[in-house]
Design a protein around this ligand. Structure first.
Ligand SMILES: C=C1C[C@]23C[C@@]1(O)CC[C@H]2[C@@]12CC[C@H](O)[C@@](C)(C(=O)O1)[C@H]2[C@@H]3C(=O)O
Ligand SMILES: O=C(O)CCC(=O)C(=O)O
Ligand SMILES: [Fe+2]
Length: 334
């Protein structure tokens, strides 16, 4: 299990620092763009996703994770399926168990939804309904972003994640209370639930119960705790969107710390493009004199490279362009 080396220091918990966006107001598009530039992270309210749907999914998720371990492990698999403690295949561990599913509802082949649980049919139906509803909200937010950026075709980003072959994922995470945190021989250290990382996709949409644990990393390197809010959604910019905006938007580094008393349950929709989608800075966002900061790649290439990396790796580094116009840099810093 992963333990942080530093003793617990309560990180800043700046409720007011995290941008809150009312997406029912079309004028919020500029605030979303600013949030993506400043933090790569924002909270969405007035989202239109049914509260009832979300609470039924949470209930079904809790029921699923409360099944005996021997039943849950019947769903163990890679990349999709049930997992516990081990995250990915490259040695990362955390105080978490999870269920990863294909969230492409249009892909002819049925997504791998669990046929276990007390009410498998309800679980499947609610998963489908949730994915459809969150995808709709995600497309709306991506359209506000393109609009806010002044891109003529407002579906430039949303079409990537509503494509028939979109490679989107739904992840259900359960962080049980961690008794080790209270133990004296732990030296009062934090226990990692989900290690620090950036999400590789375009954008991720997180909803959790009211247990804290999520933290984001600010530009100055400090971590801030995100106060949980079960009635809102948290959006975070993924690596692919950082590339498409040529570094203007930042994919936010985030992590989850385990809690000594309460269980945390989260559901994250990772909106990804199709495998063949080319990921490169959007020319419509670039001025004539701007340099492309990244080499072009396909989502399939980036996904393979990401899945061969450790959680905390800077996955974009190998795609950064080496040939920067030095004359221009000299002029800039003269
Ligand atoms: C250690 C890993 C887990 C991860 C694949 C990876 O090799 C690096 C990226 C990780 C991540 C983070 C965001 C999502 O939770 C995830 C499903 C994804 O697409 O990239 C996970 C991967 C995973 O859990 O398999
Ligand atoms: O469970 C959470 O709150 C966040 C997990 C996360 O960042 C992820 O699954 O990529
Ligand atoms: Fe994440």
């Amino acid at each position: 299990m992963a333990v942080l080396s530093k003793p617990i220091i309560e990180p800043k918990s700046e409720l007011s620092l995290i941008p809150v966006i009312d997406i029912s107001d079309p004028e919020s598009k500029y605030a979303i763009v600013k949030a993506c530039e400043d933090f790569g992270f924002f909270k969405v309210i007035n989202h239109g996703v049914s509260t009832e749907l979300v609470s039924v999914l949470e209930h079904e998720t809790v029921e699923f994770f409360s099944l005996p371990k021997s039943e849950k492990t019947q769903l163990a698999g890679y990349p999709f399926g049930y997992g516990s403690r081990k995250i990915g295949r490259n040695g990362d561990v955390g105080w978490v168990e999870y269920l990863l599913m294909n969230a492409n509802l249009d892909s002819g082949s049925a997504p791998l939804f669990p046929d276990l649980s007390k009410n498998p049919a309800t679980f499947r139906d609610v998963l489908e309904e949730y994915i459809a509803s969150v995808r709709k909200m995600t497309c709306h937010v991506l359209e506000m972003i393109t609009d806010g950026l002044g891109i003529k075709h407002t579906n430039t980003l949303s079409k990537l994640v509503s494509d028939q072959n979109t490679d989107s994922i739904l992840r259900l995470n359960h962080y049980p209370p961690c008794p080790l945190i209270k133990k004296k021989n732990n030296g009062g250290k934090n226990v990692i639930g989900f290690g620090e990382h950036t999400d590789p996709q375009i954008i991720s949409v997180l909803r959790s119960n009211n247990t804290c644990g999520l933290q984001i990393n600010l530009a100055d390197g400090s971590w801030i705790s995100v106060p949980p809010d079960h009635s809102s959604f948290f959006f975070n910019v993924g690596d692919s969107l950082q590339v498409m905006t040529n570094g203007r938007f930042k994919s936010v580094r985030h992590r989850v710390l385990a809690n000594c008393k309460k269980s945390r349950v989260s559901m994250i929709y990772f909106a990804g493009p199709s495998l063949t989608q080319r990921i490169a800075p959007l020319t419509c966002l670039m001025d004539k004199e701007d340099e492309m900061l990244y080499e072009e790649f396909t989502w399939s290439e980036y996904r393979s490279s990401a899945y061969n990396s450790r959680l905390s790796d800077n996955r974009l580094q190998q795609f950064e362009r080496k040939t920067i116009n030095h004359n221009k840099l000299l002029l800039k810093y003269d």
